[in-house]
Design a protein around this ligand. Sequence first.
Ligand SMILES: O=C1O[C@H](COP(=O)(O)O)[C@@H](O)[C@H](O)[C@H]1O
Length: 243
Amino acid sequence: MAPAFGTLRICEDAADLAHKGATFLCAHAAARSERTIVALSGGNTPKPLYERLAQEPAKSAMPWDRVHWVLGDERFVPPSDPASNYGMARAAFLDHVPVPPENVHPVRTEGVTLDKAAHDYEAMLQGLYGADTLQPGKPLLNITLLGLGDDGHTASLLPHEPVLQVRDRWVRPCPRAAWEERVTLTYPAINASEIVAFLVSGEGKREILDKILSGDDSFPASHIRAHGEVLWFADRAAAGRWA
Ligand SMILES: O=C1O[C@H](COP(=O)(O)O)[C@@H](O)[C@H](O)[C@H]1O
């Protein structure tokens, strides 16, 4: 049985998922002679993968000087807050690797309004892209890592939120999110990725992953696509009958 979209990469467990994800990221970036832009996901699942990036062999394999790191979404809290996606990525790997500071692009969450944070992040992405309009065939992001919430959300594309309807902006604030305020990349921005890699781990994600792979299109994550390929890195606990 083939997934409704994308390709499954089955991993034995969470540790194997972190290993395979980090290996994939390093290999892809190392194979490119030009700049690679990686969008990081937040939440709990990617942390072990990020920690791998700060360890050998990934630390030496990653061409740090030509990889840029952006956030797929961010909680509107200071980096020191445990909920901060940037704070988590820093603690897990960015503070421990030879990445040039100008290659790291956090969402500003202090001293600005939520709207301005989203506006400025969009402007930053447009600067990286070199245009304020997405061009057919020219990806905005090279690799976008995404998680999968048990409600089917991904990035901060939360079920029933107005941001799901946005087609003309790359970054939007999420003022009415179910949890804390957030900033998120929109469908047009995420779907302008060369590769999207979902990271899905644990039995708690089995039901939602099964629904999405089976073609249920009622969830935010069901509408993610890529210029190139969508990969599902899923451990056996999450993949269930798909493994
Ligand atoms: O893509 C994402 O997905 C997660 C789901 O997180 P997890 O903790 O269940 O792995 C989401 O909340 C996060 O902000 C986002 O980047």
